[in-house]
Design a binder for this molecule. Structure first.
Ligand code: TYD
Ligand code: MG
Length: 487
């Protein structure tokens, strides 16, 4: 018998070579090749690793006019958590594959166990725990359920742990062998199956270790085939690498219908769920949860989480960021102080450092503020990451307010992108942002000129201050001209 030889597989694109290279010849990424035992010859394999799309969906293999293609109304199954449903695009679609990734300990298992329990009252659920023993899962389940009983407030908040009760169809399987998991899936034909995690599953036919590229790809393809055939919605937990990308080959992300990432600050209790890919809904939707001692609770009003204290202080400004269709009122804090270093320090938390540098340069040039002689620190409250350029004006206002030791009038929000020439550029979804600000009791909004929202703002009880450039906007916001040296 021929000695099983090794191949080198790229963890990023999945391409294979016989020889080791520092750089993948398939996708060009560096240091992504890992050694693997070659798979046994194809003829003694039970399953075909490559699944044809048509076969997957159980559809005829002939082409037909698009008008003739039968339509099936999308029947979505609610996960029991509005925040999760929103990110999924309105609920779980039968037969869909959803990959949930996130750092270890962020709460992936907790989230899926909670929604499994909630769904089990309405549909049959199979929970496959490949990482934890059945006892461990049971313990967690008890903890989640007991804590709700101990604290009745949980019910009032609408964040109750969805205890499935006696009649629920909730099956637990603690198993790592793919073959047994597939058998169980075929026998039970559940409406929803949860695999925690795909990296811990193991196909005994492949020589490589669990979690390796070949294993992950093979297990996911086999599960996908069964799920599509019997219309089971599959939720797969995936690990992330040190860099934060989903571990395993990119083909895994191509295979699934939706990729959700669960993220959060290690030091904060809130968790953010985002869709980075979704065949059944919009991406960039955001779900917000909070990790409590009784599991994850939904945060239906996240703006309150990202607002600082009630008292406005010098160097803070409030913006309305938009995550997908979801507006978030967020507080920014800046600290500008005379530098004692040769080159001043700049530090930005929650905002790209480049963006801060650019805004400082614009302020220096167009307002004549000597910021290059000052250290500048900027932070987004609540540990949120704001990527949108719409935050620019808020950053500029916070920096100038800190530099001049001014406090913005209470109830002011700022929205606008700064151009390099100091002009204010319009931003998307402005009306939505203004509605959210008004809902939270803000009374003034500084926005780019030409929004056409004067009437809408008046209806919301907001004073709309439109400005064409950064200097004009800051005068409107602060009530004094920051470019004037203090008298
Ligand atoms: P877990 O769901 O096991 O994370 P993952 O599956 O993503 O690795 O979450 C574990 C963390 O959550 C752990 O550090 C403890 C914390 N936790 C709570 O704070 N409250 C709870 O009720 C539960 C179940 C977990
Ligand atoms: Mg886990």
């Amino acid at each position: 018998m021929a000695k099983p030889s090794s191949v080198f597989v790229c963890t990023s694109c999945g391409s294979q070579t016989r020889q080791f290279f520092g750089r993948c010849s398939g996708c060009g990424s560096w240091n992504t090749l890992v050694e693997q035992k070659a798979a046994p010859a194809a003829d003694n394999r039970r399953r075909r690793p490559v699944v044809e799309a048509a076969e997957l969906a159980g559809q005829p293999r002939r082409s037909e006019p698009i008008q003739a293609v039968g339509e099936r109304p999308l029947q979505r199954l609610s996960s029991g958590y509005g925040e999760l449903d929103r990110v999924l695009g309105g609920g779980l679609v039968p037969g869909s594959l959803v990959l949930v990734g996130g750092d270890p300990g962020i709460g992936k298992s907790t989230l899926l166990l909670q929604s499994a329990c909630s769904m089990a009252g309405r549909a049959s659920v199979l929970y496959v725990s490949a990482e934890e023993s059945a006892q461990q899962v049971k313990l967690r389940w008890h903890r989640l359920a007991q804590n709700t009983q101990a604290d009745p407030r949980g019910d009032a908040d609408g964040e109750a742990f969805g205890d499935p009760g006696a009649g629920a169809d909730f099956q637990l399987l603690a198993e790592t062998d793919l073959e047994l998991v597939l058998q169980e899936l075929e026998a039970l034909r559940p409406a929803v199956a949860i695999i925690d995690s795909i990296q811990a599953l193991h196909d005994a036919e492949l020589g490589s270790a669990p979690g390796s590229v070949a294993q992950v790809r093979d297990c996911a393809a086999a599960l996908a085939r069964i799920a599509k055939r019997q219309d089971t919605a599959l939720l797969l937990v995936g690990h992330v690498t040190k860099e934060g990308a989903l571990a395993g080959p990119k083909v895994l992300e191509h295979l699934v219908d939706a990729v959700l990432t669960f993220e959060g600050d290690r030091f904060a209790s809130h968790r953010l769920l985002r869709a980075v890919k979704n065949r059944f809904g919009a991406t960039h939707e955001l779900g917000v949860f909070e990790m409590r001692d009784r599991g994850l609770a939904e945060v239906t009003n996240p703006s309150e989480l990202f607002l600082g204290g009630d008292e406005p202080s010098a160097g803070t400004a409030t913006i309305v960021a938009c995550e997908g269709t979801r507006p978030l009122v967020v507080e920014l804090q800046a600290l500008v102080s005379t530098t004692s270093y040769a080159s001043p320090r700049r530090s930005a938390t929650g905002i790209a450092a480049n963006r801060l540098h650019q805004i400082l340069a614009v302020l220096e040039k167009h307002l004549g503020l000597p910021l290059s002689r000052f250290d500048c620190y900027l932070a987004v409250a609540g540990g949120l990451e704001v990527e949108e350029p719409a935050a620019d004006l808020g950053v500029a206002a916070a920096v100038v307010a800190s530099y001049r030791d001014l406090t913005l009038p209470p109830g002011t929000v700022l929205v606008g992108e700064l151009g390099l020439g100091g002009q204010l550029r319009p931003v998307g979804q402005l009306e939505l942002r203004l509605q959210e600000a008004a809902r939270l009791g803000f009374t003034r909004a500084v926005v780019p000129r030409g929004s056409g929202l004067a009437k809408a703002a008046a209806g919301l009880g907001l004073q709309l201050l439109e400005a064409g450039g950064v200097a004009e906007a800051l005068v409107a916001a602060l009530g004094v001209n920051p470019a004037d040296d203090r008298a």
